[in-house]
Design a binder for this molecule. Sequence first.
Ligand SMILES: N[C@@H](CCC(=O)N[C@@H](CS)C(=O)NCC(=O)O)C(=O)O
Length: 217
Amino acid sequence: MLKIWGRMSSSNVQKVVWTAEVLGLPYERIDAGLSFGITKDPEYLAKNPNALIPTIEDEGFVLWESNAICRYLCNKAAINGSAAAQMLYPVELKHRADVERWMDWSSTALAQAITPVFFGLIRTAPEQRDQASLLSSSQKTSALMAMLDKQLATRDFVCGEHLTLADVALGSNLYRYMVLPFAQIGYTRPELPALQAWYERLGRMPAYQAHVIMDLV
Ligand SMILES: N[C@@H](CCC(=O)N[C@@H](CS)C(=O)NCC(=O)O)C(=O)O
């Protein structure tokens, strides 16, 4: 059976579990990372020398990097004729490139922008926070969310009218953006109506409710 290492509070683990759920794949998840440890054990490092989560093992094949894992799971399910896989990761060349573009953007732009304010507000004591850096991170994240808002003004999901891996890659940090206690640093999120509507659309999906919507830790 597919094995997934990683704690559920990780946005990158959430993507993998969400993908497995939409594909209907049976899996075993092993808590790892932060207080769960494991990532620096020699056995784990042999699988993932980054000492990061997630990592998967599927029939002896080991893979890390969350976006690569999501694509692998879809590609494998598609070989077995899964309609869900073809929905999540479209085969048409340009549609697929669009999905991959937003997946890359999720890791290289959005995750980089939001991480300082996420760590500052959730994992740092108030007296140790760097207010200027957290404000800057909030503003950068909002600027990127405004781009997404524009993209979503003419479609229900990031790459069209149905859920794809682009939504999965972006959805965890979207949740964080929606619920982070920005007021603690005197910041107010801008009104972004299409982003809000997309968030509510994802929020009606069982896998998002079960694996993304949770207390931030
Ligand atoms: N680019 C990697 C990033 C992996 C990553 O940074 N994982 C974080 C959690 S989101 C981690 O392992 N943090 C250390 C820990 O949990 O111990 C991916 O997408 O898989």
